[in-house]
Design a protein around this ligand. Structure first.
Ligand code: SF4
Ligand SMILES: [Zn+2]
Length: 122
């Protein structure tokens, strides 16, 4: 919804979260219930912020800034790519970007290292 790819998130991979689309109340990670971006996208009945005429809006500001500063991830650019490519192709490209060239494992986008072999992301 916001440009984060849930499928790469450690909390999703560990089963603590089922992704922002899930309404399952049994999932352990609860922060998404308070997310203003998620709520806004759902209230507007959109798939993601790229479908919104107000994008990029102030509601996204602090998340965009935090991801750029802390993780070097540009969520607004992710949204632009998602909008241009469509969800299937975007998902394929992101998966490829975060596949470890050494072992084929999943690169943790937050630690910027391979979760399987520990290789740092290029
Ligand atoms: S761009 Fe802003 S206003 Fe539009 S759906 Fe996303 S959070 Fe809501
Ligand atoms: Zn690896």
């Amino acid at each position: 919804m916001c440009g984060v790819n849930c499928a790469l998130a450690p909390c999703f991979l560990s089963g603590r979260c089922r992704g922002c689309r899930s309404e399952d109340p049994r999932q352990k990670r609860t922060s998404k219930w308070k997310c203003r971006i998620r709520r806004c996208v759902l209230e507007r009945q959109l798939n993601h912020c790229g479908e919104c005429p107000e994008f990029p809006c102030p509601t996204r500001g602090s998340l965009d800034k935090r991801y750029r500063g802390r993780y070097r991830i540009d969520l607004a650019e992710n949204i632009r790519r998602l909008t241009a490519l469509g969800p299937e192709e975007w998902g394929r490209q992101v998966q490829a970007d975060y596949t470890c060239p050494s072992c084929g494992g999943c690169i943790d986008p937050y630690r910027r290292t391979c979760s399987a072999c520990g290789r740092p992301m290029d």
